[in-house]
Ligand binder design. Structure first.
Ligand code: WT7
Length: 636
C-alpha cells in the first residue's frame, strides 16, 4: 500500500562495507558491546559520560524511582555548551573550523571554535542584559543562518532554554508555540533566502506577536535587508546590540544540573496542540555525542554535513550539539538543494571536501529526479559515509544514493529515531552489512520490540508496533507543562511492561533486521516533516466557510506522503475551485507551506465512529480504492 514501505523481499543481498572503513571504524564490533550495553546499562552510559567534561560528577547514572519520569546522571553538574565550545578552546581545536556556512546567494562565512565562542558569548551577554533568566524559555524563529546556531548556544550557555520554531512554519504555528512556552523574548530575522527569493519571516513574526501577549522583546537579525516593521521599545536589531559596549567577548558558562532543561521542541501529535518535548543538559549531551561518534565514525579530519534544518531535532542534535561536542567541522547551507541548479549540493561537497553527508529520503528522491549528470560533473571522492533519516528510504533511492553519490564505497547509515528520542535508536554502524530500506539494528543500550496490542512479540516478518523496552539517556523527560499527556501518549499502552510506544509500525526479518513501515497514529510524514492531521483540520475549520474537515496521507512519489483533505462547508456556502485555492492558501498561511494540502474535496459527510471520531482509515481506503475493512463501528 504505502509507496515508501519496505519491499516484500527482505532477503535482499547484504551490502558489505569496504574493508578500509571497517579497519578504521571507531567501533569495530557490535554483538558483544550490544550485549554488554544492555546487561550493564549504567556502566556503559557512565563510560560514555566520562568522555564529557562535568563540573561535578553524577551520583546516580539512572534514577528509575518514578517511571516513566526517568532521570539520568543525577547530582551531576554540566553545561552542554561547555562541552560543545569552551573545552575545545584549551586545545589546538580552538583554531579548528567549527562552522562553514554558505548562504543561498553564495556568500560564505566560517567560524573557528574561537570565533564561535566570541559570537556566542557576545550574544549571551545581550540576552542577559535583556533580563533573560536561567530556566526561562526563549523562542527562536530564524532561517538557516549562523545566528540561529549562535542564538541556541547563547541561550544554553546562560541556562535559558530555547524553543526553536522551524522557519518554514507560519503565523498560527508560531503564535501557538510562543504561547505554550510563555516566551518573553523572540529571536528572529528579517528573512532568509529560499529558491532565489527572500522569505518574510519578520512579517510573520510581527503577525504572530499580535497574538502573543507574553512577548516583550524581539531581536531581529538583518539577513535580506528588506523593509520590515520594527516597533519601538519592543524590536531591536541584532547588529545594533552586538556592537554595544556591554557586549564584551567573555561570558561565564552557567553551571547546570544534569537534569535542567536544555530546550523544548514542539512536535506534532494526534491532537491539535503540538507537544513541547523536553530535553536536558546531561543525558542529551551524552546520548547525542555517543551516537554521532559511533554511527558516523567521526574523525578529527572529517567535514560533516547534516543537510537538515537546525529548526528540527535532526538539526538540534546533529548540526549543532553532537558535532560540536565531538569537535567536528560542520557544514551548514541556507537554501534549496536545486538552486540555482540541481548540482548545488554536489558542488558544495566538492568545494568544501565534505566527507559525510546526512540527509533525508525526500531530498535524495528530489535530486535523483534531475538525473545522474548533475552529480557526475563533480568530484565527490571526499565522501566516506552517507546517512538517511526522516522516513523509510525506498530501495530505488537507496541504490541511487549508494551508486551515484557514494560510488558504491560509502555505507549508508539509515537512522531511525524521533524528536522524543533525542538521538539515533535503530541504526547501522559503519561496520554493519546493509540491506537497502532497513535501519538494521538497535543502537547500544537500546532494547527494541515489535509487538501486538497485548505486548507479545509478533512472528518474524510480521508487522507490529515498535516499542522501546528500557530507558536511555537521550529520551524526552516529559511534555512541557503536561506530564499526563506524556504518560498518555507514550507509556499508557504498555504500562505494565514499562515500554515506550514509538507510534510506528515495523517488522523484524529472519536476520534480526528491523524494517520501519510508518506511523500508525494520526501523524503524517510529508517530505520527512511531521504534521498532525488534527493541526491541518483545525487550520481548515478556522476558515469561516468550513464546518468540518478531515486530513489523510496518501502516497506521493517525491514527498513520500501528501496531504489530502475532505471538508464540509457551512450552510449556504458551496465548494468550488476558488474556495479550494483559498483553503490551500489559508492552511499555508496559518501553518506553513509544508502543510499545504495537495487536494481539497468538498463532501456532504465524513465517516465517523458512533462516538464521533473521524475514521480516517476509511477515507484512505476509499481514496486508494481498497477494502474499507471493519465498518462495525461506523455511525449510520
Ligand atoms: C518519525 C519521527 C528524528 C529524525 C527526524 C524525524 C520517521 C524517522 C526514520 C527512518 C523510517 C523514520 C518515523 C518516526 N522516521 N527516521 N530512518 N526510517 N522512518 O523526527 O519529526 O520526530 O519524526 O519519523 O515515523 O516516528 P520526527
Amino acid at each position: 500500500m504505502k509507496k515508501t514501505s519496505a519491499p516484500a523481499n527482505s532477503n535482499s543481498e547484504f551490502y558489505k562495507p569496504p574493508k578500509s572503513i571497517i579497519r578504521r571504524a571507531n567501533v569495530k564490533e557490535y554483538e558483544n558491546l550490544y550485549t554488554y550495553s544492555n546487561e550493564h546499562r549504567e556502566d556503559f552510559w557512565a563510560e560514555q559520560a566520562n568522555n564529557l567534561k562535568w563540573f561535578k560528577k553524577w551520583k546516580t547514572v539512572l534514577d528509575n524511582s518514578n517511571p516513566p519520569f526517568y532521570k539520568w546522571f543525577t547530582g551531576g553538574k554540566i553545561n552542554i555548551v561547555y562541552n560543545a565550545i569552551d573545552r575545545h578552546l584549551k586545545t589546538w581545536r580552538r583554531n579548528k573550523v567549527a562552522f562553514i556556512w554558505e548562504g543561498e546567494p553564495g556568500d560564505v562565512r566560517t567560524f573557528s571554535y574561537h570565533a564561535l565562542n566570541r559570537e556566542v558569548s557576545k550574544f549571551a551577554n545581550i540576552l542577559k542584559s535583556m533580563g533573560v533568566q536561567k530556566g526561562e524559555i526563549v523562542t527562536i524563529y530564524m532561517p538557516q543562518i549562523p545566528e540561529l546556531a549562535i542564538s541556541m548556544l547563547a541561550c544554553a550557555k546562560i541556562g535559558a532554554a530555547h524553543s526553536v520554531v522551524y522557519g518554514g512554519f507560519s503565523v498560527e504555528a508560531l503564535a501557538e508555540r510562543i504561547a505554550d512556552a510563555g516566551s518573553r523574548v523572540l529571536l528572529t530575522a528579517d528573512g532568509g533566502y529560499r529558491r532565489g527569493k527572500a522569505t518574510n519571516l519578520k512579517e510573520i513574526a510581527n503577525e504572530a506577536m499580535k497574538r502573543s501577549p507574553t512577548i516583550e522583546v524581539c531581536i531581529t537579525v538583518k539577513r535580506t535587508g528588506q523593509d520590515v516593521y520594527m516597533e519601538s521599545d519592543r524590536d531591536f536589531w541584532y547588529h545594533d546590540l552586538i556592537s554595544l559596549p556591554i557586549t564584551n567577548n567573555k561570558c561565564e558558562t552557567e553551571v547546570m544540573d544534569a537534569e535542567d532543561m536544555l530546550f523544548i521542541l514542539y512536535t506534532s501529535g494526534t491532537t491539535g496542540r503540538p507537544k513541547g518535548v523536553v530535553h536536558t543538559h546531561g543525558g542529551y549531551s551524552v546520548y547525542t555525542a555517543t551516537t554521532h561518534r559511533m554511527v558516523f565514525d567521526i574523525k578529527e579530519e572529517d567535514r560533516w554535513w547534516c543537510a537538515a534544518d537546525p529548526g528540527w531535532i535532526t538539526g538540534h542534535s546533529y548540526i549543532i550539539y553532537a558535532p560540536l561536542i565531538n569537535g567536528a567541522t560542520v557544514m551548514m547551507y541556507e537554501g534549496a538543494p536545486n538552486h540555482p541548479y540541481p548540482n548545488r549540493w554536489w558542488h558544495m561537497i566538492e568545494k568544501y571536501g565534505i566527507s559525510i553527508l546526512y540527509t533525508s529520503p525526500t531530498a535524495i528522491r528530489g535530486l535523483m529526479r534531475f538525473g545522474d549528470a548533475w552529480p557526475n560533473r563533480h568530484d565527490l571522492s571526499s565522501l566516506r559515509l552517507l546517512g538517511s533519516v526522516g522516513e523509510p528510504i525506498n530501495p530505488e533511492a537507496w541504490r541511487w544514493y549508494h551508486e551515484v553519490i557514494g560510488k558504491r564505497k560509502c555505507p549508508i547509515m539509515d537512522t531511525w529515531w524521533q524528536t522524543e528520542t533525542g538521538g539515533f535508536m535503530i541504526t547501522p554502524l559503519p561496520i554493519t552489512p546493509l540491506k537497502p530500506g532497513s535501519a538494521t539494528k538497535p543502537f547500544f543500550g537500546i532494547e527494541v520490540g515489535v509487538v501486538d496490542d497485548a505486548g507479545n512479540e509478533v512472528k518474524t516478518g510480521e508487522e507490529g508496533k515498535l516499542v522501546i523496552k528500557s530507558p536511555w539517556p537521550g529520551m524526552a523527560r516529559t511534555i512541557y507543562k503536561d506530564p499526563d499527556r506524556y504518560i498518555e501518549v507514550y507509556w499508557k499502552d504498555y504500562e505494565k511492561m514499562g515500554w515506550y510506544k514509538a507510534g510506528d509500525s515495523a517488522r523484524i526479518d529472519e536476520d534480526g533486521y528491523i524494517w520501519i513501515i510508518g506511523r500508525i497514529d494520526d501523524v503524517i510524514k510529508v517530505s520527512g516533516y511531521r504534521l498532525g492531521t488534527a493541526e491541518i483540520e483545525s487550520a481548515l475549520v478556522s476558515h469561516p466557510d468550513i464546518a468540518e474537515a478531515a486530513a489523510i496521507a496518501l502516497p506521493h512519489d517525491l514527498k513520500g506522503n501528501a496531504i489530502h483533505t475532505f471538508v464540509i462547508t457551512r450552510a449556504g456556502v458551496s465548494g468550488d475551485k476558488t474556495l479550494e485555492q483559498e483553503l490551500k492558501k489559508h492552511v499555508s498561511h496559518e501553518l506553513g507551506p509544508i502543510a499545504r494540502p495537495e487536494s481539497v474535496a468538498f463532501v456532504e459527510s465524513l465517516p465517523k465512529t458512533r462516538s464521533g471520531k473521524i475514521m480516517r482509515r476509511v477515507l484512505r481506503a476509499r481514496a486508494l480504492g481498497e477494502d474499507e475493512g471493519d465498518l462495525t463501528t461506523l455511525e449510520e
